[in-house]
Every structure is written in structure tokens, then in C-alpha cells.
Design a protein around this ligand. Structure first.
Ligand SMILES: [Zn+2]
Length: 422
């Protein structure tokens, strides 16, 4: 289970690759791609994508459905995004980039990094999108020697414009990056029209420590939730509701893009389902539930003082439900999710920010401005969030799958403030 998650993450260096890999798995299981048109029918299995970096999958029951049971996660992770004109040539060739999301700068320094993403190719009268992944070690961001900066161990502030520029080659490599890129994309250099390329950590994930308790990998936030919610979606037995798997791009930069959770992608897809089945969207949404699946902070072994006094989850002790005025979780959602986890035998832990800390945002509230579903923010406890190499507990992977599966297999009947689960 954990190893297949690490394999999925390794194959998914960017949001585009993650969505392609999920789509391929769905196709193998008989899901029909409706991105370019087509009407869903009762008993069918479908998916749609947006921008190649967001995806929504769903199954329609034979009987009239009861609501949507949704698990949403995000396909993007903090990294460095390359400019279309990337080469900065002088004594060395470096690649011009900027930060994507709130990455921990130091974790990107002094480690081999690779490059992946999509390139837009001039193919006669068409603009063709091709996914690329160099896979090999391509660039590195070198630290300054301690002899040249005696303050290196006193807390270094990295300036993104000078300190975070990836080194690609010696001066003699001038002009070769686009050549390498064109060869990888299977086209001539002149055919390269534009790029969406990202620098990523290509170190494989690993299971480690006493009793193989820990799992470390790049992009655990949030590909661990993409992977576990996909498994739960595929394992779930048919219930009275429509199971929905939603994977959004751009959570790390605020979700307000055409393919982000702030877009109309989810609401439009749900409306299309309702139109095809002759259902009223607002009635369906009233009987719906959403899990906003994104990892949260586990108790740090070296810094327990950063955690809340009472709601500080431990790695390996179960799924976490996150509480904060910035999250979508409320008392009703907490009660419903607690009951579902109890019935499924999944331990549940509560997370709150230390009262003087704001914590991060999630996509739950943002998606809800368009759909207004009862929502719980949940995830796996992890350490070093937004590092290029993050750590969680191996055992929580299975807990997460079981909890999300149990939600997919539940139907809610909401009458006023009373929720009946069946
Ligand atoms: Zn996240």
C-alpha cells in the first residue's frame, strides 16, 4: 500500500503527471472520459479533466441518487516554476525560475533536482500539449561555503532572485537546455511555443525507522491524499449517493484559477450530472458531504511547543480532522465524520492550530463558495510540510483509505439540523 503510494508519487512530478496517472488508472477500470463532451447515464462511470491538471471522477447509481459524497484533494505542490526563456548564461548556465507556493527554501538547496511539466508544441495548424519529465538529475542550487559566509549556521535568509537560481551547466552549455527539451518532447526547437515546467525533487520516497513507522517522500502534501482518496473511491461499494473524486490544481497559490477549487469546475460538473438525470442540484447538495483531504501538522519531535496544548495529532495514530476558523469543518461535519470513522474502526485525531498561529488554508472553504456542501477538513498528520522531502507515518495511509471509503459508502439525509446516516 505505502510502496504503491510512493510509486504513484514518483511517477507524478507535476500536477499534469498526477492527473494523467489518475486518469490512466480510471480508464483501466472502465471510466469514460467526458472532457470533450458526452452525457452521463445511470449506472455509468465517468471522469472529466480541466487544463490537464484537475480531475473529477464519479459513478452514477441505477436508482435515483441521494446526494454527492465527495473527497477533494490537490494535485500541485510547492516548487520552482521555470520561465519560458529559462537560460541565464554567463560563466555558468543557470535556469531562471520563480517560487510556486510556500516552499521551505533550505530544503531545495544542495540536492539534485529534475525538471518536468508540459510543453506546447507547434504541430502544423495545431497547438499540441505534451507532458515531459527529464527524470534524471538536471539542476542543483548550491549553498555558499561556510568560509564565505560565516553566518551560515546563524539562520540564513535565502533571496529567491539570487540564492534560489538552479545551476544547469558550465558556460559551454549555453543554448543546450531548449535543445534537450525539444529532444525530450519529440520536436524541433523551433516548434517549442511555450512551457509550463517545474523544478522538482526526484529523490524516491522511502519507508524507514524502527518498525518501518515512517514514510518520507517529496510531494506528500498533497499527493498522499490524491492517492488515498483514489484508492478509497475505487474500493467503495455502491451506495445511495454519487461518489465523487475531485482533484484540484493550484491549492498552493490560493485556488483562484480556472482549474482551481475556487473555479466553477466542481459545481458545473455536478450541475451536468443533475441535468442528465433530471435532478435538482440544490436538493442534491443539501444531502451531500465533502471531505477536503489535505495533510496537517503532526506533533514535531523536536518542537512540541509549536503544537496546540490539547489538539496535537501524533503520526501513525489515525486520520486527523482539522479545526480552525479558516477551515470548512464545523460541529455538524465533525459529528458526522466521527460517527463514520467509529463505525469503520478508524482512529480519529483532532487538530487545531496553536491559538497564536494562523496555520495554512485549505481548499474546503474555497470550493464551498460554489457548492455549499457540509464539509470536514481531514488528512494525514505529517512533518516538515512544504519541504522538498516530507515525512508522515506509514500506518496512516491505510487509515486514510478506510475513512474515505467509509464516507463514500454512506448516504446522508439532512432535515434541519438533524443528519441521518445510512
Ligand atoms: Zn496541501
Amino acid at each position: 500500500m505505502v510502496n504503491s503510494m510512493l510509486h504513484f508519487i514518483k511517477k507524478s512530478p507535476t500536477c499534469f503527471h498526477a492527473v494523467r496517472n489518475v486518469a490512466q488508472t480510471l480508464e483501466q477500470k472502465g471510466y469514460v472520459n467526458l472532457t470533450d463532451g458526452g452525457v452521463p447515464e445511470k449506472g455509468g462511470k465517468y471522469y472529466v479533466t480541466k487544463n490537464g491538471s484537475s480531475l473529477i471522477a464519479f459513478r452514477l447509481p441505477q436508482a435515483e441518487p441521494h446526494g454527492f459524497m465527495t473527497a477533494a484533494s490537490h494535485s500541485d505542490s510547492p516548487c520552482l516554476r521555470l520561465r519560458d526563456t529559462a537560460e541565464l548564461a554567463a560563466s555558468y548556465v543557470r535556469l531562471s525560475s520563480e517560487r510556486y507556493g510556500g516552499l521551505i527554501h533550505a530544503s531545495w538547496i544542495d540536492r539534485p533536482l529534475s525538471i518536468a511539466g508540459r510543453v506546447l508544441v507547434d504541430a502544423d495548424d495545431r497547438v499540441e500539449s505534451r507532458l515531459v519529465d527529464f527524470e534524471k538529475d538536471m539542476v542543483l542550487i548550491p549553498n555558499v561555503a561556510i568560509h564565505l559566509n560565516r553566518e551560515m549556521n546563524s539562520g540564513v535568509k535565502y533571496d529567491p532572485s539570487s540564492d534560489l537560481v538552479p545551476l544547469y551547466g558550465l558556460g559551454s552549455a549555453k543554448g543546450s537546455f531548449r535543445k534537450e527539451l525539444a529532444a525530450l518532447a519529440g520536436c524541433e526547437e523551433e516548434q517549442l511555443l511555450a512551457t509550463d515546467l517545474y523544478v522538482y525533487n526526484n529523490q524516491p520516497g522511502t519507508v524507514w525507522g524502527a518498525e518501518d513507522a515512517f514514510v518520507s517522500s517529496p510531494r506528500l502534501d498533497d499527493l498522499a491524499c490524491v492517492y488515498t482518496s483514489l484508492q478509497a473511491f475505487l474500493l467503495a461499494k455502491e451506495a445511495a449517493s454519487v461518489p465523487v473524486l475531485a482533484i484540484f490544481d493550484n491549492e498552493e497559490i490560493g485556488s483562484e484559477t480556472k482549474q482551481g477549487a475556487g473555479s466553477t469546475f466542481l459545481a458545473d460538473t455536478m450541475q451536468e450530472i443533475c441535468s442528465a438525470l433530471g435532478l435538482e442540484l440544490s436538493r442534491m447538495l443539501r444531502q451531500s458531504f465533502m471531505l477536503s483531504c489535505d495533510n496537517g501538522h503532526g506533533l514535531h519531535p523536536n518542537h512540541p511547543e509549536l503544537a496546540d496544548r490539547t489538539e496535537a495529532p501524533m503520526l501513525g495514530s489515525g486520520v486527523i480532522i482539522k479545526h480552525s476558523p479558516r477551515y470548512a469543518t464545523d460541529g455538524v461535519a465533525t459529528a458526522v465524520f466521527s460517527q463514520i470513522c467509529k463505525k469503520a474502526g478508524v482512529p480519529l485525531q483532532h487538530y487545531s492550530n496553536r491559538p497564536d498561529q494562523a496555520g495554512g488554508a485549505t481548499l474546503g472553504n474555497i470550493a464551498n463558495t460554489k457548492t455549499g456542501m457540509l464539509t470536514a477538513d481531514i488528512g494525514m498528520a505529517q512533518l516538515a510540510m512544504h519541504s522538498s522531502f516530507e515525512t508522515a507515518a506509514a500506518a496512516d495511509t491505510a487509515y486514510m483509505i478506510r475513512a474515505v471509503q467509509a464516507v463514500y459508502e454512506t448516504a446522508l439525509t439532512v432535515k434541519g439540523d438533524t443528519v441521518t446516516m445510512g
